[in-house]
Structures are given as structure tokens and as C-alpha cells.
Design a protein around this ligand. Sequence first.
Ligand code: NI
Length: 227
Amino acid sequence: MLLTLPDILNATEVAEARAALATAPWADGRPGAGRQAVQVKNNEQLPLDCAVSRQLGAQVLAALQQHPLVLSAALPRRIFPPRFNRYRGTTNHYGNHVDGAVRLLPGSGQPLRTDLSCTLFLSDPASYDGGELVMQEPGGEQRIKLPAGHLVLYPGTTVHQVTPVTRGERLACFFWIESLVRGSDQRRLLYEMDMALMALRQRDGESPEAVALTGCYHNLLRLWAET
Ligand code: NI
């Protein structure tokens, strides 16, 4: 399931993030990429341990934790520390690849399964050309270019690329989520059920049926969650 979620960061937060990123210590994005990905990767990334990365990463994580739709859609067990990338000039694209299935958490070295790949757009889409996130979906290509502050979540299994930026620069934050619910079909069912329950409560208020269905939701989650 591909899901776009608006306004993870507001306009002020995005402006502050861009200002901080303008003077950040950008580096070649290739170190750390897998064997296939490194051949098609040509962008810049912020080192994980730099001050800007740590500060903005913490801000993004806090915003995610407060976003009910993100929590409902992803059911996060663990989130990889958010990273930041930049596409412009001669380092301007990232060809087709699948993100590595398992990444080691910085510090602890514990493996994290990348159930969901996430991109938080930070540049105004009118300020750059190209830079679309293109996914190979069973039904065809899906091209994503979102307003600044908006997030896309997509299955880690998806072949995807970022097309060359031919004008301006594209700043983004990216990270992976290991979900409590490994299977994307199960995750999708739970998300749809949660959304329907929310709409039901908004329309009719509390009811014995809403309580019973909420029980079903939690019992399915109990059945499928790996903690
Ligand atoms: Ni990727």
C-alpha cells in the first residue's frame, strides 16, 4: 500500500529545516548503499552523526509519533533514524533499486527489517524540475512529487528511483519503519478497519457495535503483531 500523508511538518518547520540543511556537511551518498544500489546512486546525504542530522531527525521522529494516520498505517515497531538527502547539479539522481531488506541500527547494531520505506519531501515542488520518486507497481509506474512537509510511505519491496533533478535542488528526509505487522496485506486490513472505525465514530458516536469492532481490530492486531 502506497500512502501519502500531508503536513507532517508545517511551513515554519520546513523553512527552518531547509535553512539548517543549507549549511550542513553534505557528503557523497554512496557509502553504505548495497552492491546493486551503489551502481545507480548519485546523490548527497548528511552523515548520521552530524548535529543537523541528529536535531532534524529527532524533530521528524517526534512529528511522526504525533501523527495518528502514520501510526495507524505503519504500526511502527522501530524506526530507523531519519536521514537527509540532496539531489542537484551533477549529483542529481538515484536509479532503480530496492532498499536493503535489513539495516543495522546505528549504535546498537541491531538489525531492523525495512517493511516500509518513507520519504518526507522538504523542497517546494515548483522550485525544482525532475526529482520524482518513481515506483514500479504491478499496475504500472507511480510518480510521486509532494509538497514540502508531506510524506509518502510505500512497501520496502518496491523497485523505485529518483529521476534526475535538472533545475534547482530536491531536499528530502528518508527513513525505514519496521512494523509490528510484517505482512503488508494484514497491515492494510488493519489500516482500513481503523479508518472505517474512525469514520463510524465521527458519524454515530460511540455504540456497542463500534466497541465490538474495535475489539476485533485489537484482537487481529494481537494475532498478527510481532513485538
Ligand atoms: Ni531507495
